[in-house]
Design a protein around this ligand. Structure first.
Ligand code: SF4
Length: 370
């Protein structure tokens, strides 16, 4: 078993206004060996890297603890023609050191530093206000612009947020990770309000393209621990990568997963194919010259992202779905960012719209909560 590479920056930059924040204190204590600089504004470090061809790589060696002044809860971007469920994402920090070659953050973020928004009292205040209407329901993803648990040993942030979400009946917190860093979460009183999700891939793809993440055995062992601690768990077979032995490898991955995990306590399994923004091609070539991921045949979707041709996507999704349903016909599976046509071909049904898919997911989580 290989755990994820622990994050160790060369420097920590702290904005003076959040010097005393509890998360800042924890980070400085847990990384006491790392040099610290206090600044009025961390942007000067970020701007110093602009124009540097190595900015992505150098930025990950700097941890910035900042005072976030905007909203913490953001709606996911609406993508016409592609179906996905409705959720908000939690803007608790940005960027990630785990170095997946295909990581979309490389093209998406305009700040190369690993950044934590440490004014968590403001974050919780905003959530409390937004959750006040009992008729609204909030699905909150913490894994949109960072891996939910990659920084957990340093920040203790999810350890703080899981009991917070446990107090709110109209909200669910979703974690998404490629690590095994769950130990600090196991004893928490989560009240079924947190779903811990793992992105899974075949050993070949993990080794070649998810460079600093935990290996498959380590992720599955962590998922088992979380399930034994009463958490609902989720899996994301995303991004599926097409290569010569993909069928055999993904089938084995599914069998291995459910030889350890009880499918009846799995909230959902998402299925999605490799997709990336065209500008990422040159970034991947420059940062990860050994990666082969960009060389398959792709077409450009209406969302601007490159993806496999529709017949290949539909075939891959259909087979993956059938292997999952062989494990348990009750497993809730859904496609991530796919067209109604591919839904129909691969899964044999199409949610009426994003709200309908969200409703199905809520019903599934609710049915497993008791
Ligand atoms: S774990 Fe997620 S956020 Fe981190 S590098 Fe990989 S794809 Fe990006």
């Amino acid at each position: 078993m290989k755990p994820a590479v622990a994050y160790l920056p060369d420097e920590i930059v702290v904005e003076e206004s959040v010097k005393q924040a509890p998360v800042t204190q924890r980070v400085l204590e847990r990384l006491s060996q790392v040099p610290v600089r206090f600044l009025p504004d961390s942007n000067q470090v970020r701007f110093a890297l602009s124009g540097d061809k190595q900015a992505q790589t150098k930025g990950k060696k700097v941890l910035a603890l900042v005072n976030h002044k905007g909203k913490f809860l953001k709606p996911r971007a609406d993508v016409p023609h592609y179906r996905c469920y409705n959720y908000h994402y939690l803007y608790w920090g940005t960027n990630c050191h785990l170095e997946c070659t295909y990581c979309i953050l490389q093209a998406f973020l305009n700040n190369p530093l690993i950044t934590l928004h440490v004014n968590t009292e403001d974050l919780k205040k905003e959530l409390t206000e937004r959750f006040q209407d009992p008729s609204s329901f909030w699905r909150v993803s913490s894994g949109e612009v960072a891996d939910s648990l990659a920084m957990e040993p340093i920040t203790g942030l999810m350890e703080e947020l899981i009991p917070f979400f446990a107090q709110h009946d109209n909200a669910v917190l979703e974690l998404k990770t490629k690590t095994s860093l769950v130990d600090s979460l196991l004893k928490l009183d989560h009240r079924g309000r947190t779903v811990v999700g793992w992105s899974l891939n075949t050993p070949k793809i993990i080794q070649e393209e998810e460079l600093k993440t935990s290996d498959l055995d380590d992720r599955l062992a962590a998922a088992k621990k979380a399930q034994d601690a009463g958490y609902l768990i989720g899996f994301h077979l995303d991004p599926l990568v097409y290569y010569h032995e993909w069928e055999q490898d993904y089938q084995q991955l599914i069998q291995k997963t459910f030889s350890l995990i009880d499918p009846n306590r799995v909230a959902w399994v998402s299925i999605g194919g490799l997709r990336f923004l065209p500008e990422m091609k040159s970034i991947i070539q420059q940062r990860f010259p050994k990666s082969k991921i960009i060389y398959g045949e792709q077409i450009r979707g209406t969302d601007g992202k490159s993806r496999y041709f529709r017949p290949l996507r539909a075939e891959m999704f259909k087979k993956i779905n059938s292997w999952l349903k062989e494990i348990s016909p009750n497993l809730f599976t859904y496609l991530c960012m796919e067209t109604p046509e591919v839904w129909e071909e691969a899964l044999g049904f199409v949610p009426e719209n994003d709200a309908h898919l969200s409703q199905l997911m809520d019903e599934r989580a609710l049915s497993l909560r008791s």
